[in-house]
Design a protein around this ligand. Structure first.
Ligand code: ADP
Ligand code: MG
Ligand code: MG
Length: 252
C-alpha cells in the first residue's frame, strides 16, 4: 500500500494561520477519521493536501510514497493516486458525469492503455447500481442541479471507479438522510483493502457507526490534539468536545 505523510503542516489563508503544525500519517489499509468543532481547519487540511491555490503552506511537508506532494501540480496529485471528495463539490457545466469519469480514469492510465469504452460503461453501470444511483445521472452535467445527497453519491461513484491509493473525504456525510448514508458507507467499505487508505473528515460520529475507523484524531486550534481508536469518536458523540479542551487547557 501507499503512504501519505503529513509533517508539521502550517497553512495560511489570506494571511491567517489556520493549521499550526499538523502531523498525520495514513498508510494503505488504514481508515482514519479526523473530527473536530466547526472552523478548526478540517477542510483546510483537505484543500492543502490537494493543492488548492488559496491555501499557502508556510512550513512542513507532505509526502506521498516518499514523493514531495508540494512539488506536484494539482492534476499530478490526482494522477499519482490521491483523491479528494469535497465538502462542497463544484458544478461543471458542459461536462457529463460519464465523460468526466472516463477522462479521469484515463488520466491515471498510460496513453496506449486507455479504458475501452464498453468496459468503462459496464463498470460505471455496475457501480451506479451498487450505489442505487439513477442511470440517467451519468448523462447529466457533473453536479449541475444535483441535490446534496446526489452530489455525495456521485463522489463515491468517482471514488469507486478511480480506485485511488489514498482518499480524503470531507464531510461526505453532511446533509445525507439515513438511506443515503448507508449507501455511501457501503461504497466506502467495499474499497477496504491493503492498497487503499482513507481519511474521513467528519463533524459527527454518525458516519462512524457505519464505517469503523482504525484511528480517530481530534483537530483543534490547527493541530491534532488527541488520537485514539473508535471509542474516542463515541466519547465525542456522548460528551462533545469540551472535555478535551479542559484536559488540554485550551480556551476558546
Ligand atoms: P472546518 O472544515 O474544520 O469547519 P475550515 O478548514 O473550513 O474549518 O476553516 C478553518 C478556518 O479558515 C475558519 O476560520 C474559516 O473561516 C477559515 N477559512 C476557510 N476557508 C477560507 C477561505 N477560502 N478564505 C478565508 N478564510 C477561510
Ligand atoms: Mg465546517
Ligand atoms: Mg469543513
Amino acid at each position: 500500500g501507499s503512504t501519505l505523510e503529513i509533517k508539521n503542516l502550517h497553512v495560511n489563508i489570506e494571511g491567517n494561520e489556520i493549521l499550526k503544525g499538523l502531523n498525520l500519517t495514513i498508510n494503505g489499509g488504514e481508515f482514519h477519521a479526523v473530527m473536530g468543532p466547526n472552523g478548526t481547519g478540517k477542510s483546510t487540511l483537505a484543500s492543502a493536501v490537494m493543492g488548492h491555490p488559496k491555501f499557502e503552506i508556510t512550513e512542513g511537508s507532505i509526502h506521498f510514497d516518499g514523493k514531495d506532494v508540494l512539488e506536484m501540480e494539482v492534476d499530478e496529485r490526482a494522477r499519482a493516486g490521491l483523491f479528494l471528495g469535497m465538502q462542497y463539490p463544484s458544478e461543471i457545466s458542459g461536462v457529463t458525469t460519464s465523460d468526466f469519469l472516463r477522462s479521469s480514469i484515463n488520466a491515471r492510465r498510460e496513453e496506449g492503455d486507455q479504458i475501452p469504452l464498453m468496459k468503462f460503461i459496464k463498470e460505471m453501470d455496475n457501480t451506479l447500481d451498487y450505489l442505487e444511483i439513477d442511470k440517467n445521472m451519468a448523462q447529466r452535467y457533473l453536479n449541475e442541479g444535483f441535490s446534496g445527497g446526489e452530489k455525495k453519491r456521485n463522489e463515491i461513484l468517482q471514488l469507486m471507479l478511480l480506485k485511488p491509493e489514498i482518499a480524503i473525504l470531507d464531510e461526505i456525510d453532511s446533509g445525507l438522510d439515513i438511506d443515503a448514508l448507508k449507501v455511501v458507507s457501503k461504497g466506502i467499505n467495499k474499497l477496504r483493502d491493503e492498497n487503499f487508505g482513507c481519511l474521513i473528515i467528519t463533524h459527527y460520529q454518525r458516519l462512524l457507526n457505519y464505517i469503523t475507523p482504525d484511528h480517530v484524531h481530534v483537530i483543534m486550534q490547527g493541530r491534532i490534539v488527541k488520537s485514539g481508536g473508535p471509542e474516542l469518536a463515541q466519547r465525542l458523540e456522548a460528551e462533545g468536545y469540551e472535555w478535551i479542551k479542559t484536559e488540554l487547557g485550551i480556551e476558546d
